[in-house]
Design a protein around this ligand. Structure first.
Ligand SMILES: Cc1cc2nc3c(=O)[nH]c(=O)nc-3n(C[C@H](O)[C@H](O)[C@H](O)COP(=O)(O)OP(=O)(O)OC[C@H]3O[C@@H](n4cnc5c(N)ncnc54)[C@H](O)[C@@H]3O)c2cc1C
Length: 500
């Protein structure tokens, strides 16, 4: 009897989603080639202290947190990555410690389940990359662009069958399955259009832009307790502001603003950024010069969308031999901090499906679509619903309709607000926030609905809600930002200031 050939996979994109897929596939005996057009993906090991934001992942210049569900998945399938993250100084933040209210401890199990990972995204990626590079059966090829898909003979019903990829140097690579992990700007739709495949795609603007800046706490500066589990901050009057801890003494502060808000775009000026954070009483500690120093410029990120593509319609795959993971499969509003967790959960499901399908491409396509329906679609729908509600508050009256409330179901924001005041709601909401239960399971639970309604009826207000109005903040930004002219990066300005 001859042994079955080792299954093979090509992964397009060697960022967090592609690395996760490669790791989970190789650990089940699949031979994997990961291709990334960014040469920086090859520079390893990365010293966590100098973690660079790669040019092809601008989102790494923004606040990230890695949710409990991701940490549990790492503990189960990649404990070496978790160890490396700990060694790099990642903090494991127990939700039980996340509220100042000591009663919370009584309601939250102190076990290992509700624990998030605080670490900068670039450091997180470096830790996963290190594990992939040590893993037998994976080749990580940096500095190579995939320019298209290769097709074999179509299936009996005419469905195109992907058998490999074309590379920019004119060569080609073939494998049993191609996994697209090339991020939110994936070229996949264009490549598939060449063979007449147009996956149904839902795109809804998030209606938010981010401005983030990284800092390092001074040695000995003890930070105030986080008030929202793994962050501190809130949504205020047409803007939000949150602090996210990173590894070691690093942390970041992120403003969320309306994309059309020209006035608050001035937050990319470092002086204006710090003046704005200082004006929010619950946040001010974090940017006082005696507590922390900035270690990056304030960077903006725009053009964010909730996006979902489906490759099976009415039970029929549109294409075979292909799967998408990470942002290439679906994106949601980063405000919910879910992207990487969803990427890992889905990458694990895709890896399992590749192995279980044992070469049956139709079975693989159906299993991957079932995983999308189970693991991604609920969070995509929830993100759109949350955005719609926020935008109905943030945009002028009548411009953005509020979603019609569903009888017996809470809006996510209602549960989040009550969680600030009630330990029982907090304990349950933390499970939703960390992707351990779905929005439907939590937000339609009659016991939770009743508890939230009790909190709302009490008229209590969560601490930390005091902040300048939008117009006060805009005036502060205008008054403190550098005069218009050629833009000098903040880091260069500091160097000039130090030298003079
Ligand atoms: C502002 C912001 C804040 C966020 N905060 C959080 C958070 O708190 N928690 C969280 O979990 N998630 C967060 N996210 C989401 C998270 O950053 C993304 O989900 C995640 O980075 C997506 O990873 P990816 O591997 O799918 O894609 P990417 O990281 O975008 O990587 C795609 C890779 O593909 C490569 N590539 C592209 N095209 C090709 C090609 N043709 N050939 C070869 N290589 C190619 C690129 O070089 C790149 O390395 C946030 C996102 C944003 C924008």
């Amino acid at each position: 009897m001859t042994a079955a050939p080792t299954p093979s996979a090509i992964v397009v994109g060697g960022s967090v989603a592609g690395l996760a897929a490669a790791l989970f596939l190789a650990r089940q005996g699949v031979t994997v080639t990961v291709l990334d057009h960014d040469a920086a993906v090859g520079s390893v090991p990365i010293d966590a202290a100098q973690a660079e934001v790669r040019r092809s992942t601008p989102q790494a210049a923004h606040s990230h947190i890695f949710l409990s569900r991701l940490r549990l998945l790492l503990a189960e399938r990649a404990p070496d990555v978790l160890e490396e993250l700990r060694a790099a100084g990642a903090h494991e933040i127990a939700m039980a410690d996340g509220r100042p209210d000591p009663l919370v401890s009584a309601h939250l199990p102190r076990g290992d389940e509700l624990v998030a990972l605080a670490v900068r995204r670039s450091v997180f990626e470096a830790a996963v990359r290190g594990a992939v590079l040590r893993q037998d059966g994976v080749a990580l090829v940096a500095g190579t662009s995939v320019t298209g898909l290769r097709y074999g003979p179509a299936a009996a019903d005419g469905t195109p069958v992907v058998v490999g990829v074309d590379l920019e140097d004119g060569t080609a690579l073939e494998a049993d399955v191609v996994i697209d992990a090339s991020g939110r700007r994936t070229s996949l739709p264009g490549w598939l259009a060449e063979v007449g495949v147009e996956p149904p795609t839902e795109v809804v603007d998030c209606g938010i832009s981010y401005v983030s800046r990284f800092y390092e706490r001074r040695p000995g500066a003890t930070p105030p307790r986080l008030t929202r589990g793994f962050t501190t901050g809130s949504s205020f009057d047409r803007y939000s502001c949150l602090v996210f801890p990173g590894e070691g003494r690093t942390f970041s502060v992120t403003f969320g603003i309306l994309p059309e808000d020209r006035e608050l775009r001035g937050l990319t000026d470092g002086t204006a950024f710090e003046a704005a954070v200082s004006a929010i009483p619950s946040m001010a500690w974090w940017v006082q010069p005696h507590n922390a120093v900035p270690i990056s410029d304030a960077k903006a990120m725009n053009g964010l969308k909730n996006r979902m593509r489906r490759y099976v319609v009415d039970g029929r795959p549109l294409v075979l031999g292909l799967a998408a993971v990470g942002d290439a499969a679906s994106t949601t509003n980063p405000a919910h901090s879910r992207g990487t967790t969803l990427a890992f959960v889905h990458a694990a499901a895709v890896a399992d499906a590749v192995v279980a399908a044992a070469g049956d491409r139709t079975a693989l396509a159906l299993a991957v679509d079932a995983a999308v329906e189970r693991d991604l679609q609920p969070w995509f729908d929830d993100s759109i619903a949350q955005d719609a509600l926020r935008l109905s508050r943030w945009r002028p009256a009548g411009e953005h309709e509020a979603p019609v409330p569903v009888e017996g179901t809470l809006a996510n924001g209602e549960a989040a607000g009550a969680a600030q005041l009630d330990p029982e709601v907090w304990a349950r909401f933390a499970r939703l926030q960390n992707l351990l239960e779905t929005p439907d399971e939590v937000l339609a639970d009659p016991a939770l609905v009743a508890a939230v309604r009790r909190v709302q009826a009490s008229g209590l207000r969560a601490p930390g809600a005091e902040a300048p109005s939008h117009d006060e903040l805009a005036a502060l930004v205008a008054a403190t930002r550098a005069p218009k002219g050629p833009r000098v990066p903040e880091a260069s300005r500091r160097l000039v200031a130090q030298a003079s």
